[in-house]
Design a protein around this ligand. Structure first.
Ligand code: TYD
Length: 133
């Protein structure tokens, strides 16, 4: 399984850093939704789902966290700690986010608006779904 981590351009000067993200330019899809997680409790794991068609980019814009990606055949763990790095999560990929630092802010850029129909929240169902393809 190939992990796709984008390194966004940093516009840094003596004042500090700035990152700008444009759809189809820095991000490979139209951004229809942005959401972010913060104040995540110690020991908490989030996610535990896959999407049938949604794609996303995960950016830990503050602090750090880990992401487990699982395509049903292979699992990979990715550490996110840079505000200028974006992890691409394609559709049909099981994800779990964990080991959030207390100050972590995990931002997600998503290709679709929120739609519960697009979620697969049961792991066995996920395996069946990808094996049908
Ligand atoms: P949830 O799907 O449980 O988050 P995760 O799987 O990433 O841990 O979402 C938590 C709550 O927020 C749930 O009640 C649904 C709601 N929610 C929205 O209303 N819009 C959204 O875009 C997202 C991601 C969640």
């Amino acid at each position: 399984m190939q992990i796709v981590k984008y390194q966004f351009q940093q516009h840094g000067d003596e004042r500090g850093q700035l990152v700008a993200l444009e759809e189809f330019n820095d991000i490979p899809f139209k951004i229809k939704r942005v959401y972010y997680m913060y104040d995540t409790g110690e020991g908490v794991t989030r996610g535990y789902h896959a999407h049938k068609s949604l794609e996303q980019i995960l950016i830990c814009i503050h602090g750090s966290c880990k992401v487990l990606l699982d395509n049903g055949k292979e699992k990979k763990k990715v550490f996110l700690e840079k505000p200028y790095e974006g992890l691409y999560v394609p559709n049909n990929m099981w994800r779990e986010m964990y080991d959030f630092s207390p100050d972590a802010v995990l931002m997600c850029l998503a290709s679709e608006v929120y739609n519960e129909e697009d979620y697969i929240r049961d792991y066995e169902e996920f395996l069946k779904f990808i094996n049908r393809k």
